[in-house]
Design a binder for this molecule. Structure first.
Ligand code: FMN
Length: 370
């Protein structure tokens, strides 16, 4: 049904306009009590066996919405209504900014992929903090807050910009993510080098502790799939050393591997980050590498090309405690999260593991005891 609708309506529309249209419908639906209760009952059924504890938080399940979809925290309940167990808002920057000029979002339909160079278009940390402060939650869901650097801020002053966002947003975040991996802010990914990342993460940790004194806000870092393997290891070691709570792997890629010949060559050449199915293999590889390095000392969040329950299950076996999706939601539509949950519950029941937690990293344990 959604696939037909996608072919007839969304596919013919500019992708960014389609995004805002879908967004508006979700926000409208959640305002009507009968409708939201009905939609949530159909799309967000709760599977007891998928209950997940991670980052000191209790969640209905492991599957959440990746950052970038709800940059300004306007549709948290709407996304929870559609079955996402956590919603990561942002990326929010210190100051408001318009992002890159349009067109900046492209669909590679035959490859089930997207290319975007949005450039952190968002209302800025003050406005988003005010919205979160005023929010009266309809559905109980975990809210992650993903922060990044304002484009106009020099790379050398990046930490101060992240600290500003942290001071404003940490109190409203169930967990906080330092995003140093989007390809669309010049210089941002240089912050992944440990000599830059160490002072940045230390400053954000201190700011979070200074601002929120009644609990410890979990802090995660989100990395790019384009890091060399040694750099993935270096970030993993740093995360352990600094007592970070988690690593999110991965953001979009600047590589164009994994694309079929059927996507329009002009689109393939668009500048920006590639997401969706072609990212699957590398994201999984980075996750495996991280788990081999950090084991269960740090929560790993798997994201990148998760299209269905099988992909989600493979990430769990590879070491992810939490999983996220974005691009496949565009292609699969409102039943995406439901399908992932149902399939995960079935896979867990058919597996030798009593709980999801037991399945996390099982592939690695199998490989090392062989
Ligand atoms: C249009 C678009 C905008 C995005 N914006 C952000 C962002 O602001 N911050 C961020 O950390 N990741 C952002 N991402 C990356 C996603 O969160 C995710 O890491 C990536 O798309 C891989 O997952 P997927 O293959 O399921 O889409 C964006 C992705 C897309 C497609």
């Amino acid at each position: 049904m959604y696939k037909l609708f996608f072919q007839l309506v969304f596919k013919r529309m500019d992708p960014e306009k389609a995004h805002y249209l879908a967004f508006r419908w979700i926000r409208l639906a959640v305002r009507v009590p009968v409708l939201r209760t009905f939609v949530a009952a159909v799309l967000a059924p709760r599977h007891e066996e998928l209950r997940t504890e991670a980052l000191g938080l209790r969640m209905h399940g492991p599957f959440g919405l990746a950052a970038g979809f709800d940059k300004n925290a306007v549709a948290i309940d709407g996304m929870a209504m559609l079955g996402f167990d956590h919603v990561e808002i942002g990326t929010v920057t210190g100051e408001a900014q318009p992002g890159n000029p349009r067109k900046r979002l492209f669909r590679l339909v035959p490859d089930r992929a997207l290319i975007n160079r949005m450039g952190f278009n968002n209302e800025g940390s003050a406005a988003v903090a005010a919205r979160l402060r005023a929010r009266v939650p309809v559905f109980r869901t975990v809210v992650g807050v993903n922060i990044g650097k304002t484009k106009a801020v020099e790379e050398a002053d990046a930490a101060a910009d992240y600290v500003k966002s942290t001071e404003r947003l940490a109190a409203h975040a169930d967990y906080l993510v330092v995003n140093v991996s989007s390809p669309n802010t010049p210089g941002l990914r240089n912050l992944q080098a440990t000599e830059s990342l160490r002072p940045l993460l230390t400053a954000v940790r201190e700011a979070a502790d200074r601002t929120v004194t009644d609990r410890r806000v979990p802090l995660l870092v989100k990395i790019a799939p384009d890091l060399a393997d040694e750099d993935v290891d270096a970030v993993a070691d740093l995360a352990v050393e600094l007592g970070l709570d988690g690593i999110i792997a991965t953001n979009t890629t600047i590589a164009r591997a994994g694309l079929g010949l059927s996507s329009d060559p002009a689109l393939v050449q668009e500048t920006g980050g590639l997401s969706g199915a072609p990212l699957k293999e590398r994201s999984l590889e980075v996750l495996r590498r991280l788990y081999a390095r950090v084991g269960d000392r740090i929560v790993l969040v798997g994201v990148g090309g998760i299209e269905d329950a099988e992909d989600a299950w493979q990430r769990i076996l590879a070491g992810a405690t939490l999983i996220q999706g974005y691009s496949a939601f565009i292609y699969e539509g409102p039943f995406y999260a439901r399908a992932v949950h149902k399939g995960l519950a079935a896979r867990l029941a058919a597996s030798p593991y009593a709980t999801l937690a037991e399945a996390v990293g099982a592939d690695h344990r199998k490989a090392t005891t062989r």
